[in-house]
Design a protein around this ligand. Sequence first.
Ligand code: AMP
Length: 227
Amino acid sequence: MNILIFGPNGSGKGTQGAIVQKKYTINHVESGVIFRENIKKGTEIGKKAKEYIDRGELVPDNITIPMIISRLQEADCKNGWLLDGFPRSIEQAKALDEALDKAGIKLDIVIEILLPREIAKNRIMGRRLCANDNNHPNNIYIDAIKPAQKGSDWVCRVCGGALSARSDDQDEVAIGKRHDIYYDDKTGTIAAVNYFKEVAKKKGIKIIELDGKPGVKEVTDDLMSKI
Ligand code: AMP
């Protein structure tokens, strides 16, 4: 099962993606996570990507596209993948579509989570990352996934691990840039969503649209009833 998931930063895409990934035991491939791992390890990709990520800009295609296309062809993606955070532009969408065709890899589902920009922004600023597991959702502004309290500190609601905020999640200018890219329907991510919806219609691939405004559980129920 190969799935593309779209949604603005803050739409709960990571949370819903983790649920889909477990349901089908497929590999969750997240472009942002791959970049952050590269930065942590101090790789060449990490060094090149960091300045763009800190500014909330897209890492250039000559780094991002080959990185993702080759990641999807690694052994642990043989049983399927859930691709999250890529494509983010019309150019990336075309490159992915062509690469999948060339490799004979079939896409099964396109998921889009819809959320107004202002709500997405508030949710991003409340997001916290668990030191033990990137798929443990925590958000200080969302009751359903509010972190646990330990003394005066917040800790992961799933495992009690330490929490941190991503620096690019606390920077309103960077968030604005990321959303400018997402909501751009000419060349940005919405354009990529529309591109893949057209591909899906032509090839008989399932399209699932979800309203991201309700709580995590409601969105999950909606997703499960449609998938
Ligand atoms: P995310 O964790 O998805 O919010 O991604 C964090 C940052 O990684 C983004 O703001 C970009 O700088 C970079 N990034 C992630 N995915 C892509 C992509 N598909 N193309 C270019 N840059 C990306």
